[in-house]
Design a protein around this ligand. Structure first.
Ligand SMILES: Nc1nc2c(ncn2[C@@H]2O[C@H](COP(=O)(O)OP(=O)(O)OP(=O)(O)O)[C@@H](O)[C@H]2O)c(=O)[nH]1
Ligand SMILES: [Mg+2]
Length: 227
């Protein structure tokens, strides 16, 4: 009981600060996407492929979250995109305060779109609101078709689920249809895009959707996000 009270306090404090983050994003007119996945599912690869396709049309920035190293931020800088690395030490997710502190050191004014790549973890990042407009989950199909049922939280929280590494389906023996059904069973409204960062297959559909979504936002029509 005592533990529940503490956890509730932590989540309330996080939500409060996330609200401040959201006010800042909205004040600057920056759309913010929180990208989440298990370690190695392909978040940074999806960012590389996505950014390469849209960077001429939108002003982009990236905040990277990792336990250690600036490797992922370096991969973003190599694309010519402003990037800031948060290193969490032992903490398995980003929280609103970490992002809030990062925003003191990383200027988001003038950006159209800020990606936040969360720490690789299939559970915890989904529980901490960062004030983002949209949660996007990357799921590597080689992790298996059953995981949406076993680890439903992130699948449930994400508005978009990118099923990555479909080039490996012939080797992994995973059924894309079963995986899709399992995602819908925990999140019937999920937008699902199967794709491969290795071959580029599936990126057209994801990029078309993202452009439409962003353009509507930029035109001030307002967009739905779960958080
Ligand atoms: N075959 C295949 N490999 C991929 C694909 N996407 C990413 N990879 C590989 O998967 C590995 C992990 O990719 P990353 O993009 O670093 O994954 P991540 O989710 O950012 O990893 P963390 O930030 O460490 O959690 C790398 O070796 C990539 O080359 C894909 O579509 N197909
Ligand atoms: Mg990464």
């Amino acid at each position: 009981m005592h533990q529940v009270t503490i956890e509730t306090g932590i989540m309330e404090a996080n939500d409060h600060l996330a609200g401040h983050n959201r006010e800042l994003y909205d004040e600057y007119g920056v759309y913010v996407i929180n990208l989440m996945s298990a370690p190695g599912a392909g978040k940074t690869s999806v960012l590389e492929q996505t950014i390469t396709r849209i960077k001429d049309d939108y002003k982009l920035g990236v905040i990277e979250g990792d336990l250690m190293t600036t490797m992922d931020a370096d991969r973003m800088s190599a694309l010519g995109i402003p990037a800031y690395q948060i290193t969490t030490g032992t903490v398995c997710h980003l929280d609103a305060r970490m992002v809030h502190n990062a925003l003191h050191n990383f200027d988001i004014k003038g950006l159209d779109l800020l990606f936040i790549e969360n720490v690789g973890n299939l559970v915890c990042p989904a529980e901490f609101n960062l004030g983002e407009h949209l949660k996007v989950m990357v799921y590597s199909v080689v992790e298996g078709a059953e995981k949406p049922k076993k680890y439903p939280v992130m699948f449930h929280e994400a508005s978009v689920v990118l099923l990555n590494k479909i080039d490996l389906i012939p080797y992994a023996g995973v059924s894309l249809e079963e995986l899709r059904r399992n995602v819908y069973s925990v999140n019937p409204e999920a937008m699902i895009f199967p794709l491969s960062c290795r071959t580029g297959e599936g990126f057209d559909a994801w990029i078309d959707w993202l452009r439409t979504h962003l353009n509507a936002k930029i035109a001030g029509k307002g967009l739905v996000g779960k958080s």
